[in-house]
Ligand binder design. Structure first.
Ligand code: FES
Length: 239
């Protein structure tokens, strides 16, 4: 297995040492099948145990290792070093307060998700077993369900970068997942929530979210369907 030397240029920040962030280089040897996460773990265990970053599953499921790698939001556990140049620049996700090094405060992101009520609402008495859904109806929300809430899309969105009050693509996708779920009964309320304030119609289709999603979800297509539904609902109300 081929091994190569990489320079990990990592943006460091420690609130206890001062308000300034700075870049620090670490030279490490990695095989072509290792990922950015493997490099970070190596640095933490062999060179600098104070390096802070998040990770949990290490398999692209939990979304906790999202960070900015060579100017693109990605999952560290899903990014092979062989796809990158020798110098790999690693920064925290943009637009969120940095707690330490690569660890950001995800609260502002999850507050937006909470606004769309990210849970099934059905006021009918529960059936004896589960609430059933036809396969063709499930198909409509299948892609949206694969979102792992890593924050890559929202933090890459130029509208979110300009206004932290903007709901963001991830919360819109979560709203879509329930609005188009045939078992859910709170679609109207969700639609009102995402169209009031700085919401759905502030999306300019910049498409940054499309390139940022590590799961390959077509966020703009889902947001477009939400816009269509919101417009139809508004016209129907006027009639
Ligand atoms: S550690 Fe879970 S997605 Fe990377």
């Amino acid at each position: 297995m081929e091994e190569k030397v990489y320079i990990f240029r990592i943006k460091r920040f420690n609130p206890q040492s001062g308000p300034e962030s700075y870049f620090q280089d670490f030279e490490i040897v990695l095989s072509e099948y290792e990922r950015v996460l493997d490099g970070l773990l190596k640095i933490q265990s062999e060179l600098d145990p104070s390096l802070a970053f998040r990770r949990s599953c290490a398999h692209g499921i939990c979304g906790s290792c999202a960070m900015r790698i060579n100017k693109k939001n990605r999952l560290a556990c899903q990014t092979l070093v062989k796809e990158l140049p020798k110098v790999i620049t690693i920064e925290p996700l943009p637009g969120l307060p940095v707690i330490k090094d690569l660890v950001v405060d995800m609260d502002p992101f999850f507050e937006k998700i909470a606004e769309v009520m990210p849970y099934l609402i059905n006021r009918d008495p529960p059936p004896e077993r589960e609430r059933l859904q036809r396969p063709e109806d499930q198909e409509k929300i299948l892609e949206a369900i694969t979102c792992i809430l890593c924050g890559c899309c929202t933090t890459s969105c130029p509208v979110y970068q300009q206004s932290k009050d903007y709901i963001g693509p991830s919360a819109l996708l979560r709203a879509y997942r329930f609005i188009f779920d045939t078992r859910d009964q709170a679609g109207k309320e969700r639609l009102e929530r995402i169209t009031s304030k700085i919401g759905l119609f502030h999306c300019h289709s910049a498409l940054k979210c499309l390139n940022a999603c590590p799961k390959g979800i077509d966020l703009p297509a889902h947001i477009f369907k939400l816009k269509k539904l919101a417009l139809k609902t508004a016209i129907r109300r006027k009639d």
